[in-house]
Design a binder for this molecule. Structure first.
Ligand code: ZN
Length: 256
């Protein structure tokens, strides 16, 4: 099983990954709070040629489901650009949050917008890398908070080869989904789990809050987290507080 972490400092992720002795790392390709187009990295070739796998997390404001053109259009463009930058690094995917609508909007239109994201890209030969749709923790109008929503989402995007799934344990817990047996329930819907974000939660079950904790340090039983990692049969990325990542890695390696 390939285990690693999200690396927040992005100047030399390969050296950080080597120091942590991880098999896979996650990084951004642009400022995660901005719409800025990614710029070519001097270490792209080294990352691409490395034995260490890489996955890219997209910037946070992206919401491809949005019914607001002024948010959805730049979101689509950003996904295309960041997927191209991810391909330059040899990444195996681009993680994109499921997104959400606003009060009173029709969820069916949000799911249709997800479909259009993939549909519109077919003529261009698809995205540079698979798009790994991540479940999210909060909100009443989220596209990928509950299994029910993920089921509807997959009715829209499930026939696209490039639509993958990233399961975040903190988000599932805070979103109100029981983690015991969750891998099987997700896979029954999506047919695939491409990546696990293995995080504990600083908040209660179904809190709707998205605050990650180190593995042994939150409200989720750490053994349940280990069971998710073992069942998922996918690369595991920690998005836990950086100072606790070496301890999380030790814990996970010895438990698996
Ligand atoms: Zn995550």
């Amino acid at each position: 099983m390939r285990i690693g972490a999200h690396l927040r400092e992005d100047t030399d992720p390969l050296t950080t990954a080597t120091d942590l002795d991880i098999d896979v790392f996650q990084m951004f390709v642009t400022d995660p709070q901005s719409w800025r187009k990614p710029v070519p990295r001097p270490d792209a070739e080294a990352i691409r040629d490395s034995e260490i796998d890489v996955v890219v997390h997209s910037s946070y404001q992206i919401n491809v489901a949005s019914l607001n053109n002024r948010l959805r259009m730049p979101s689509r463009k950003a996904v295309e650009q960041q997927a191209a930058a991810a391909a330059e690094l040899g990444a195996f995917g681009l993680v994109v949050h499921g997104g959400h609508l606003r009060d009173g909007e029709d969820a069916a239109e949000g799911f249709a917008n997800w479909r259009k994201l993939f549909d519109r890209q077919v003529d261009k030969g698809g995205f540079g890398v698979p798009i790994l749709i991540e479940n999210t923790a909060g909100g009443d109008h989220a596209m990928a908070r509950t299994l029910e929503a993920i089921d509807r989402l997959w009715e829209s995007v499930g026939d696209f080869e490039q639509a993958g799934f990233c399961l975040d344990t903190c988000h599932a817990w805070a979103g109100g989904e029981d983690l015991v047996g969750l891998v099987e329930r997700v896979r029954a819907i999506t047919g695939r789990i491409d990546l696990v974000h293995l995080n504990n939660s600083r908040d209660e079950f179904d809190s709707g809050r998205d605050r990650h904790a180190n593995l042994a340090d939150g409200h989720i039983d750490p053994e349940v987290l280990v069971a998710v990692a073992a069942a998922a049969d996918a690369p595991v990325i920690l998005e836990t507080p950086a100072e606790g990542v070496p301890g999380d890695l030790d814990y996970l390696r010895s438990a698996l």
